[in-house]
Design a protein around this ligand. Structure first.
Ligand SMILES: O=C(O)C(=O)C[C@H](O)C(=O)CO
Ligand SMILES: [Zn+2]
Length: 280
């Protein structure tokens, strides 16, 4: 089997507050995103968001058509965002080929029938991190590099949260139905992302942590702002954040993460901020 799709049901804040470590991890953590010559996908019932990874090495990998979608093909009613977090690779979307280098992104429009993933060098395979949401309009497929991204620098070294937010798939850069994706890079010495933390009832979100150095980890905080829980994350793992949950993390070193979200609007700034002094 070179593909898998797992489903995750939506959990309420009250259920989540009663979960132990194992239950939290089972419901929200996505432990395995990348495996050589395999596509792993997780379908969350928060906004029917799909996240996962494709890592072609010895052979190209074709995007499957999971039975859960009951569609003629994966993107019949969906759009997709991809960010390469590995070696150089190519994504073929119908008859167009897009070369993606490390940290380059691709938005693929609804109604793209065939998507194939290739690596340029099997000894340094591409790792295509994939997010997908339901879509109701066909926009244009577009490659996005950091040059086209909207870039914002936030935080400070004094607050251990100096970071660069690369907004890659946002409505000022590319037209999408509901998908937004970007990548936040923490500066050396800064460990906190997304502080002050926030929720956004209008959208769910998935965080994918990478560039965590060997032997280090990130402690991801989730839950309602006054009822928080934590999940320890290793390199190349993702975590689902419900609309009602904060999503922030502190690492034992600096690191990079990809955020992806979908829901009611395309307004990146639409956040309900939880002041640090009020967190519990
Ligand atoms: O470090 C940050 O701050 C983020 O990257 C925040 C995410 O982009 C986010 O949560 C958007 O809603
Ligand atoms: Zn958010």
């Amino acid at each position: 089997m070179n593909e898998s799709i797992e489903t995750r049901h939506a959990q309420s804040p009250a259920e989540t507050a009663r979960m132990d470590t194992e239950q939290l991890r089972k419901n929200f953590l996505i432990e395995k995103v990348f495996e050589k010559d395999t596509i792993h996908l997780t379908l969350s019932f928060y906004d029917r968001y799909i996240s996962g990874g494709a890592m072609p090495a010895d052979k190209p990998l074709e995007l499957p058509n999971p039975d859960n979608l009951k569609a003629q093909y994966f993107l019949e009613r969906r759009e997709m965002g991809i960010i390469n977090v590995g070696g150089k690779g190519t994504v073929e979307a119908d008859d167009e080929k897009y070369e993606l280098d490390f940290k380059e992104a691709l938005y693929i429009s609804k109604e793209t029938k065939k998507v194939i993933f290739y690596s340029a060098d099997k000894s340094n395979p591409a790792k295509f991190y994939i997010n997908s949401a339901p879509a109701h309009h066909k926009f244009s497929t577009k490659k996005i590099t950091k040059k086209e991204a909207e870039i914002v620098t936030l935080g400070s070294l004094e607050n251990s949260n100096h970071r660069t937010i690369n907004k890659l798939i946002v409505n000022s850069v590319v037209q999408t139905c509901q998908l937004q994706m970007g990548m936040t890079e923490l500066k050396t010495g800064s460990v906190w992302n997304t502080m002050p933390a926030h929720t956004h009832d209008r959208r769910m979100e998935v965080y994918f942590y990478f560039e965590i150095p060997e032997g280090q980890a990130v402690c991801h905080f989730m839950g309602e702002p006054q009822e928080s829980r934590h999940i320890w994350m290793k390199n190349d793992q993702a975590v689902i954040s419900p609309n009602w949950s904060i999503h922030a993390g502190a690492g034992t070193s600096n690191y990079t993460f990809i955020w992806g979200m979908a829901g009611e609007n395309l307004d990146y700034g639409d956040m309900d901020v939880a002041a640090v002094k009020d967190l519990r």
